[in-house]
Design a protein around this ligand. Structure first.
Ligand code: CMC
Length: 431
């Protein structure tokens, strides 16, 4: 890279190509290769996108070396301590913290959309009772475009806005319905005098014949989980939402695509996989056996809840989540002690182990969120749905940003083709 005009020079077989170098507001410089194929007839090759900035965005910033996560410039630790999920939703969607009137108005708009179309109750009944809630939620989110087609025209900013509010408001209702359906209990309607997290807890744990009082400290811990998962830059599910949206697909379809992607165990499915792993380990004396497996290159086993593609020193969300886990565990009496004992010992052993230190493998957000949700009484199958619920506002903010960008075009990666060269068809009789 050279000079004030900042160009990177690419030399291919003696022919030079100048590529503009641009500086973002923070973070590494980017080399603009948009004209590279036109000028040099080459593609860049970056499977897993480890060196590729796929878009411009002013929503979320991550510094993986320093363990920083900023929503619209605000450190997530500050928001987790001083703010609440609805305020964070406003910040992510509109770019600034709301004043009191703006917050009240936004809260009211979300609260007035918590109920789902009554016909959706019957839609649920088409699923098997033992279906994974993520399978149900993916389907129901996709089906929202059938229930709310008055908000699917993406060229209309008002429709984009109402679709966004509907998804944020209805996801807790849909996720709790998926849970209730899986355990054979009746759906519980939302209660609009409760805040977002308390309402969700009530819809999950109340049964009609019994009173259910939401414990405020538990609601606060759940609200914190929502805030810490609300957005995370261009991760796999967010990139999926953007790619789906780049074709002009409706917002419900795009978010359904994001939910489907989130389900994978390397992404949002890790919190469930982590708790299953802790249960599989069973007792602290079996930890060395699993650590040995995690280090064995011929064994595909990995310690779930450890490592991160971007954070290489620590995950700032995990720091807060660990604090929250300690608080919740003090509050809850039905804590599953063997799992907790394994988790604490595994964390200690892995943090002291050279293999994990050298590879910068630390417990990530999913390690602790699973422990909290388990202590509150959620089954493991609900962990990833709760992640999806929290991330919906991030996906929507990123989708809205993309749709409003006049330079936006359909996403279309190319490939390094490794198949046969052109050949002639051989008739069946000659094969
Ligand atoms: N257990 C054991 N070894 C690991 C682990 C792990 N959890 N994660 C990475 N490694 C090793 C890996 O084998 C490799 O070793 P070597 O250099 O000897 O080949 C090295 O660390 C680098 O791994 P990588 O696969 O190149 O790293 P990545 O950046 O592609 O993977 C990851 C990131 C999150 C997919 C991976 O760490 C992982 O699979 N972790 C477990 C799943 C998990 O907890 N995911 C949740 C991520 S946080 C929530 C979210 O943002 O979605």
């Amino acid at each position: 890279m050279s000079g004030n005009n900042r160009v990177a020079v690419l030399d291919i077989d003696g022919k030079q190509f100048k590529l503009p170098v641009e500086s973002p507001s923070i973070g590494p410089d980017v080399i603009d290769i948009r004209r590279l194929y036109r000028d040099a007839r080459v593609f860049t090759f970056d499977p897993g996108y480890t060196s590729t900035a796929s878009c411009e965005s002013d929503i979320t910033f991550i510094d993986g070396e320093l363990g920083k996560l900023l929503y619209r410039g605000y450190p997530v630790e500050q928001l987790a301590i001083n703010s609440h999920f609805i305020e964070v939703c406003y910040l992510l969607l509109y770019g600034e913290l709301p004043n009191k009137n703006q917050l009240d108005d936004f809260d009211e708009r979300v609260t007035m959309h918590t109920m789902v179309h009554d016909q959706m109750n019957y839609f649920f009944r088409g699923f098997r009772r033992d279906a994974h809630p993520m399978a149900i939620i993916t389907g129901v989110m996709g089906a929202m475009s059938a229930f709310y087609h008055d908000s699917t025209d993406i060229s209309d900013p008002d429709q984009r806005e109402i679709a966004s509010i509907r998804m944020i408001a209805k996801l807790p209702t849909i996720v709790s319905m998926a849970y209730k359906y899986s355990i054979g209990q009746p759906f519980i309607y939302p209660k609009n005098n409760l805040d977002y997290a308390a309402n969700f807890l009530r819809m999950c744990f109340k049964v009609p014949p019994e009173k259910y009082i939401v414990e405020p400290d538990i609601a606060r811990a759940v609200d914190r989980i929502f805030m810490l998962h609300a957005d995370h830059e261009q991760n796999a599910s967010t990139s999926t939402v953007r790619l789906a949206g780049s074709s002009g697909a409706n917002p419900f379809a795009c978010i359904a695509a994001g939910i489907a992607c989130l389900w994978g165990p390397a992404h949002g499915g890790a919190n469930e996989a982590c708790l299953m792993m802790l249960r599989q380990i069973g007792s602290p004396d079996r930890i060395p056996e699993f650590i040995k497996r995690a280090k064995d290159p011929s064994d595909p086993f990995r310690l779930m809840g450890f490592g991160h593609r971007v954070y290489k020193n620590f995950d700032p969300r995990a720091k807060i989540m660990k604090q929250s886990a300690d608080e919740v565990l003090n509050l809850v009496s039905n804590t599953n002690l063997p799992t907790l004992e394994v988790a604490r010992e595994l964390e200690r052993i892995a943090l002291e182990d050279e293999f994990f230190q050298e590879r910068h493998l630390y417990p990530n957000v999913d390690f602790y969120s699973g422990i909290i949700l388990d202590a509150i009484g959620f089954p493991t199958s609900m962990f990833t749905p709760i992640f999806a619920l929290s991330r919906t506002v991030g996906w929507i903010s990123q989708w809205k940003e993309m749709v409003a960008d006049p330079t936006q075009k359909i996403g279309r990666p190319r490939q390094k083709y490794t198949g046969s060269r052109e050949r002639s068809f051989t008739p069946l009789s000659e094969r």
